[in-house]
Design a protein around this ligand. Structure first.
Ligand code: ZN
Length: 207
């Protein structure tokens, strides 16, 4: 099964009580990249199907510092709350910062955005793809925690297609629009207009 290693005497598997409810945390080491990825699960992954799943890509500035340049922090917290109120589900925390280009390059892209570029052009100007994320590890992790049929919490149809191409059944998509502010409204508009995200004009109203 893929590049994940779990052959330790003590499994990286524990209870994780949070302000969003009590989750189970499992860590998967990716031999190809050296990153540790996280699966947070709540309840029974046997279903009933489909299981609510959020694939969240790491965003240090949004997740840890409360940045309003993007919507990652509010999306992370809403996803965990949605899983808790649903009663069962899984959040994969994937270590692909800055849509996969890394923290250093992401902040370089912010520098260009401060000078007027949008989020897509800033990546391209730095010689990076618009989106360098890879969901192979996510598919492997879903298999490892026993999820085969997914209701994916996302505004991004490309994530649905990527998972399906990796053999995961995505039978539903649930939108996740939250945290719109004057600082990230243009960022979200670019995602809607240039990157295929299902975000409507009314979604972009500032809360
Ligand atoms: Zn972010």
């Amino acid at each position: 099964m893929g590049p994940i290693t779990e052959n330790y005497a003590v499994p990286a598997d524990a209870r994780l009580p949070t302000t969003h409810g009590e989750f189970r945390i499992r860590v998967f080491h990716d031999d190809e990249t050296g990153f540790d990825h996280v699966a947070l699960t709540l309840g029974d992954m046997d279903g009933p199907d489909p299981v609510l799943v959020r694939m969240h890509s790491e965003c240090l500035t949004g997740d840890a510092f409360g940045s309003s340049r993007c919507d990652c922090g509010p999306q992370l917290h809403l996803a965990l709350d949605t899983i808790r109120s649903h009663g069962w589900g899984c959040l994969l925390y994937l270590r692909q910062e800055g849509r996969g280009i890394g923290l250093h390059a992401k902040i370089q892209a912010y520098n260009l955005q401060d000078k007027g570029a949008d989020t897509l052009d800033a990546n391209l100007m730095l010689g990076h793809p618009a989106d360098a994320r890879d969901y192979k590890i996510a598919a492997d992790m879903l298999g490892a925690v026993g999820i085969g049929d997914v209701c994916l919490l996302t505004n991004n149809p490309l994530k649905v297609e990527a998972l399906q191409a990796l053999g995961i059944t995505v039978s539903e998509r649930m939108p996740l629009v939250v945290g719109v502010s004057s600082e990230n409204q243009e960022y979200l508009r670019t995602k809607a207009e240039r990157m295929g995200h299902k975000i409507t004009d009314s979604d972009l109203k500032i809360e």
